[in-house]
Design a protein around this ligand. Structure first.
Ligand code: CTP
Ligand code: MG
Length: 226
């Protein structure tokens, strides 16, 4: 069995969601979103070592949540101002070995399906150095011109929407996160590509693996979990 780490990033502010409490701590049914995410990952990967990344100001709050729920928290690492910095802190803390696997998941994606995780793990076992789950785009697309004045139809079969967990071999993700920050680093596969590791293997994602972004998404996630 290959040693598998899962990093769950939950140090964001949730500015699009709004309110004082970041979305990962909002209640989804009877537990906070982040707890649901951890449980989903734990169910799909019972032997994995999970690390969660929290902003320093919410660590004590999270500990109280866990205590009142009788929930044992995975190891906590402190995050930073960008998702990239949050992931980097976790990678430095776990220092994955070269041939281990590292999965990086958004704490705001609580609907984790085991079949999707299986596809990701199979791709790693088959030798992929980087794996990304993705789903087809169903809306028609238009590309807007640089000036914003006009647009033209864009073939949706040429694009996919990328999800998490994205998965990597330990050496690949460790080396990639030594690059200096670039604002184009919106996900982890992009960092690995910039580090020269080529494009990731794409596996079928999950249509229910939504990222909670706005308040309405909480209700949708609750339906998906039922
Ligand atoms: N994240 C993080 N550290 C940051 C920013 C984001 O750990 N500095 C995490 C979020 O907590 C979330 C995941 O990365 O689980 C995906 O980010 P996103 O959905 O953009 O969350 P936020 O950045 O919190 O939301 P927003 O962009 O609306 O402010
Ligand atoms: Mg964000």
């Amino acid at each position: 069995m290959t040693k598998t780490h899962v990093i769950i990033v939950a140090a964001g502010r949730g500015s699009r969601f709004g309110g004082d409490m970041p979305k990962q701590f909002r209640m989804l049914g009877d537990r906070p979103v982040l707890m649901e995410t951890i449980i989903g990952i734990g169910r799909a990967l019972p032997r994995a070592e999970i690390t969660i990344v929290l902003s320093a100001e919410f660590v004590a709050f999270w500990e109280r949540c866990c205590e009142s729920a009788g929930f044992v928290s995975p190891r906590v690492v402190t995050g930073g101002d960008t998702r990239w910095e949050s992931v980097k802190n976790a990678i430095e803390a776990i220092a994955p070995s070269d041939d281990s696997y590292v999965l990086i998941h958004d704490g705001a994606r609580p609907v984790v399906k085991a079949d999707m995780i299986k596809r990701i793990m199979s791709a790693l076992d088959a030798g992929a150095t980087a794996v990304v789950p993705a789903v087809p785009v169903t809306d028609s697309l238009r590309e807007i011109s640089d000036t914003g004045g006009d647009s033209h139809a864009f073939d949706r079969s040429r694009v996919v929407a990328v999800q998490t967990p994205q998965a990597f071999r330990g050496d690949v993700i460790r080396k990639s996160y030594t690059l200096p920050y670039d604002s184009a680093f919106t996900d982890d596969a992009t960092v690995c590509e910039a580090a020269g590791f080529g494009s990731p293997v794409i596996v079928e994602g999950s249509p229910v693996n939504l990222k909670i972004t706005r308040p309405r998404d909480l209700e949708i996630a609750a339906l998906f979990l039922r």
